[in-house]
Design a binder for this molecule. Structure first.
Ligand SMILES: [Zn+2]
Length: 309
């Protein structure tokens, strides 16, 4: 069985695979480089789970999740086991169900600024994703089984979490559930915009295929394949990333490794970014001046890649 939340033995809390990934790659985290131990978070069960895709530097296009360790089974009293044995499982959006894994938790807000905590050890979980209890009528989709009178909402600063929901989530939920980013709230699905059509709206999550990465010393330029058309002229669009920004990033090794992988890879790579918007900049080449579209990123939490198909 594949699920998207697990009890972490070390943290003594239930966490998403995105937080497990964050802790593993955050060089300032006390769990940096440490593969944590997970078990089912149902009260009636404590079967051991393992993370799938969590520790891959090259984040695959597939969604992160947990699965039951080989040859082990959930207790027959386990909530997940009971949910999965019902009829409801067969009727969900089959074409988007990935090898038996179904996303069940969709963030209601992407936090552009990762909340800070002064208490590093116990606050680690809460700053990455936190859940608040809300009345169920505020969010009545996603098939609440309704035993408690309140439901929780998930807020996250993981762009990869947003991307996985977009690429693999249930269409009905994506089209109906609200998502908030900054001062904008709209349906989850409508927050994602191909870079080619960036002019449609400001303040969204833009994405496209990476054409190439150009290296300028220790700085990089990520060039998109698609060229947006402005006033009947098509323009190259790219993101320029300075070494200085990478150096002060808490996941600098991961970021560099991803960038270097893209330079070498023949695989399809998608790049997503948020919190910024393409702007025209004038560049000079061979004494000729021309305009290109540039994206300025000042927070590397606002960019995410997926590798492969
Ligand atoms: Zn279980």
């Amino acid at each position: 069985m594949k699920i998207d939340k697990a009890y972490c033995n070390e943290l003594k809390e239930s966490i998403t695979p995105y937080l497990a990934r964050e802790l593993y790659f955050d060089e300032e985290s006390e769990y940096y480089g440490q593969k944590l131990n997970f078990s089912c978070d149902s009260n009636e069960c404590s079967v051991e789970l393992v993370g799938v895709n969590i520790y891959n530097e090259k984040k695959p296009k597939k969604a992160l999740h947990y699965r039951t360790k080989k040859n082990l089974k959930h207790s027959s009293e386990c909530d997940y086991f009971l949910k999965n044995s019902g009829a409801s499982q067969t009727e969900v959006n089959k074409k988007r169900k990935e090898e038996g894994f179904k996303i069940t938790r969709y963030p209601s807000e992407f936090l552009l600024n990762r909340p800070k905590t002064s208490n590093r050890s116990s606050g680690n979980v809460k700053i990455e994703e936190y859940e608040e209890e809300i009345e169920p009528f505020v969010r009545n989709i996603a098939g609440s089984s309704g035993s408690s009178s309140k439901e929780s909402v998930l807020k996250t600063s993981s762009l990869e979490n947003m991307v996985d929901c977009y690429l693999h989530g249930d269409f009905d939920i994506l089209n109906n559930q609200n998502l908030t980013i900054g001062n904008k709230t709209k349906k989850f699905m409508h927050f994602f915009k191909k870079i080619k059509y960036y002019q449609d709206e400001i303040g969204l999550i833009y994405w496209g295929n990476v054409k190439e990465i150009k290296k300028y010393g220790k700085n990089y330029r990520i060039v998109f394949k698609d060229r947006p058309t402005v006033d009947n002229i098509s323009y190259s669009v790219s993101i320029y990333i300075e070494n200085e920004l990478i150096e002060k990033y808490r996941k600098r090794k991961l970021f560099r490794s991803q960038i270097d992988s893209i330079i070498d890879t023949q695989e399809e790579v998608l790049c997503f970014f948020v919190g910024t918007y393409p702007q025209f900049i004038e560049v000079e080449k061979n004494k000729e001046k021309f305009k290109v579209l540039g994206v300025t990123i000042d927070n590397l939490d606002h960019i995410a890649f997926t590798f492969g198909v």
